[in-house]
Design a protein around this ligand. Structure first.
Ligand code: ADP
Ligand code: ZN
Ligand code: ZN
Length: 740
């Protein structure tokens, strides 16, 4: 009998590392790791020639790789997991569903500080306040820098924090230390919750109307389990008020609320409303935060300090100690889908998460996505509707303006101008929507027909008059506007088509005594300008507001009675099958800006296609009727939500490389793809060349998700083995929202 053969094999740690090549790697535990650490803990490991921070997925008893070939971990960073079992499960689900490497999924979930291996509990932000001591202050007159800083800190009521000092002064730290040494300043640690937004509390509470009350009661009757609710409520019907009541009641039950919104920068008003109506601090999560702030908010959420968090899509990954409710506002909005790297949809992910957590999730929109409406029709979501505007305002009257006889280069039709004049005369504001910034989308040579094409894209460069440049809106390439044609030297270069910059000029010259305020990415570049412009607009200090979709979202302009919509025809014939859906959602959102107060609003939509059936339906019967018809068309064509899509994109610097790569893949796949999965393509992308790269795509379609995912998984493995893959950038987009 062999002696002591029962030596246990060395434990193996299966660790996720952020890399595209595999989900996880096996390591031998370093000497600092006794027993089995908990999954979700971070471990520093050697990787290639570097060291990196990985996350433990599971403890294994053996590896498929010989022990002699395994590397040993360097350091166990956490004793308690930074990724809870729940988040780790979510990561695993997302990695499978989106066919994205687990390590990269986890990398996206964690804030930068944690990815870098910093301790889970963040360093508190420091703040300095003045101590009183006038005698010694007098001594500062010979140290002007010290005096300046001291005065700044002393004159701020609560002193100044590191962040505030960073904004105001350079190289302030040594000086503050000197002041501290002299006993003039006192250092304090700022509580994390100080990032929270606070607004003056709202006077009195709003009494919900019957429809709103009904919704709140129904959701509140089932707070102890998972359920997806879809609130379809026309703009101004009081959805936000419903959210606030639901949150208030969730807080009373001692739970946390997570609210996902498409873009925070565009909705400062929404934040003010949340913080003034709720008794608790409201934390916000978005891309403009510093790494340190993210770290602090992540931590606050994980220890249950943050009661309400409003955030953009990546907030879907925030840890919650006492989860109670997830709300997804504007659930139809495409900004909820990540368009590169790990291409997840925050709405869909949040629903899966709510299911894991056994809590309700509430989706809201005036224009729900066709997917969500279909899910409601299939009883997967429960549909709740708000039909009336809250607070007595009436829905606007919507009509089409037939401009098919208008001249090609006319910025705005006469009928629209007349309507504007009449609303202005009644003392109202007017809002014009044109989703194209710049002066004109093309510059054309009247002599030889040269066009301002982007050298790097299959696209035109837009003329921007204010700085005399032409710019590509796809790749950012720009150059000075040519004085003469680069081909034939003629000086007859004409701007073709209309952008917001030109519309602004036309309106200004047509209404010289009125103020015109343009809001688009070009006019709000500087920090704070958007909020300033929106405040001006809201106060009624501009007669005519004009802008891109920045103006469409969620704003409340009480004096606007006319909304004019220009330039939508392109969307009707978009290469993307979702074009009409997006157009309808945008029109309804913009239209919702009209007549939010007492005066009835009017919405006029310019089109050369007044007979377009979907457009007519939208105008005559509204979004629900449009959605039903659009769904019927999708069903007929077998498109989502009646089938599922996965888009494989590839791009390369030389022509045909990407196409060849996808061709190889399709050939290999075709050999034994299940019959219920269709391969469409490969084909060049609708915009084949972009930013100097040639792009191609392969579409996988099926009515059966399981087969589709199985095929995609095989495709992914094959792609990694193809020799051509080194020459292309390729990606898998599950449930693509844009086909371009
Ligand atoms: P939505 O989010 O659906 O666009 P809001 O919640 O912003 O609608 O409500 C639109 C306006 O109506 C807001 O000014 C809001 O304060 C007001 N409002 C909402 N509910 C009520 C109510 N029950 N009674 C009176 N006013 C209300
Ligand atoms: Zn020319
Ligand atoms: Zn370009």
């Amino acid at each position: 009998m062999p002696k002591s053969s029962a030596t246990t094999p060395p434990a193996i740690l299966h660790i996720a590392v952020a890399t595209p090549v595999a989900d996880g790697f096996d390591y031998l535990p370093g000497t600092d790791i006794p027993g089995s650490p908990l999954p979700g803990c971070r471990i520093r490991v050697p990787f290639g020639h570097q060291k990196t921070v990985g996350v433990l997925i599971e403890n294994l008893t053996k590896s498929s790789i010989a022990t002699s070939k395994l590397k040993t971990t360097l350091e166990l960073i956490d004793q308690t997991p930074v990724l809870t079992a729940e988040l780790l499960n979510l990561a695993k689900w997302a990695s499978l569903y989106y066919q994205h490497p687990l390590g990269e999924v986890i990398h996206t979930m964690l804030p930068a500080a944690l990815r870098q291996g910093k301790t889970a509990s963040p360093k508190a932000t420091q703040r300095w306040q003045a101590r009183t001591g006038e005698q010694r202050v007098a001594n500062l007159s010979r140290a002007p820098r010290q005096q300046l800083l001291f005065q700044a800190i002393a004159s701020a009521t609560d002193g100044l924090s590191e962040n505030q000092l960073n904004e105001k002064f350079e190289a302030w730290r040594p000086i503050v230390l000197q002041l501290e040494k002299k006993g003039l300043l006192q250092k304090m640690e700022e509580p994390i919750i100080s990032h929270a937004r606070r607004s003056a509390p709202r006077q009195g509470s709003i009494q919900l109307n019957a429809e709103q009350q009904e919704i709140v009661s129904r959701i509140n009757a089932e707070t102890d389990r998972f359920q997806t609710w879809l609130i379809e409520g026309i703009t101004g019907s009081g959805k936000t008020e419903v959210y606030l009541h639901l949150i208030q009641q969730t807080l009373e039950r001692g739970k946390q609320c997570l609210v996902l919104v498409p873009e925070i920068g565009l909705t400062p008003q929404l934040l003010d409303r949340f913080s003034s109506c709720l008794d608790v601090p409201v934390l916000t999560w978005h891309s403009a935060l510093t790494d340190q702030q993210r770290h602090q908010i992540w931590y606050a959420a994980s220890i249950g300090q943050a009661d309400v968090i409003i955030g953009t899509r990546s907030a879907a990954f925030l840890p919650l100690l006492r989860p109670g409710l997830i709300i997804i506002d504007e659930e139809h909005d495409n900004s909820l889908k990540q368009q590169d790297g790990f291409r997840y949809h925050a709405r869909d992910l949040a629903i899966v998460r709510a299911q894991q957590l056994a809590i309700p999730v509430v989706l809201g929109s005036a224009t729900p996505s066709l997917e969500s409406l279909h899910n409601a029709a299939q009883q997967r979501y429960r549909l709740l509707q708000l039909h009336q505007r809250a607070g007595g305002a009436q829905p606007p009257r919507v009509a089409l303006l037939d401009i098919h006889n208008a001249k090609a280069n006319e910025a705005i039709s006469n009928s629209m101008l007349e309507a504007i004049a009449s609303h202005l005369e009644q003392g109202s504001q007017v809002l014009l929507f044109l989703n194209r910034r710049g002066f004109a989308p093309v510059l054309l040579c009247g002599n030889c027909s040269w066009k301002s094409e982007c050298p790097r894209c299959d696209a035109h460069m837009t003329l921007h008059r204010h700085d005399q440049r032409i710019r590509c809106h796809h790749c950012g390439h720009q150059q000075i506007k040519p004085q003469k044609c680069p081909v034939c030297s003629a000086t007859d270069l004409q701007p073709i088509g209309i952008g917001t910059e030109q519309l602004e000029q036309v309106l200004q010259s047509r209404f010289p005594n009125r103020s015109v305020l343009r809001i688009d990415r070009d006019t709000v570049r500087r920090k704070g300008t958007l909020e300033k412009h929106l405040a001006t607009a809201r106060a009624g200090d501009a007669d005519i507001l004009l802008g891109t979709q920045m103006l469409a979202k969620g704003h409340h302009f009480p004096n606007v009675t006319l909304v004019g919509v220009l330039g939508i025809d392109q969307a009707l014939f978009s290469a993307d099958f979702r074009g009409p859906e997006y157009m309808a959602q945008l029109i309804v959102q913009v239209a919702g800006r009209a007549g939010r107060a007492e005066r009835k609003g009017e919405v006029l939509i310019e089109t050369r296609q007044p007979q377009h059936p979907l457009l007519r339906l939208l105008v005559s019967e509204g979004y629900p009727a449009f959605a039903q018809a659009a769904l019927a068309e999708r069903k007929e064509a077998g498109l989502p939500p009646y089938s599922y899509l996965i888009l494989v994109r590839a791009e390369a610097v030389s022509p045909n490389t990407a196409l060849d790569f996808l061709d190889q893949l399709a050939k290999q796949l075709n050999a034994d793809t299940p019959a219920e999965v269709q391969l469409l393509g490969p084909m060049p992308a609708p915009m084949e060349r972009r930013a100097g790269r040639f792009r191609a795509q392969l579409l996988l379609q099926s009515v059966q998700r399981a087969s589709l995912h199985f095929t995609t998984q095989r495709l992914r493995e094959m792609a990694h083995r193809l020799p051509q893959q080194r020459k292309v950038r390729w990606s898998i987009d599950v449930d693509p929202m844009e086909m371009l």
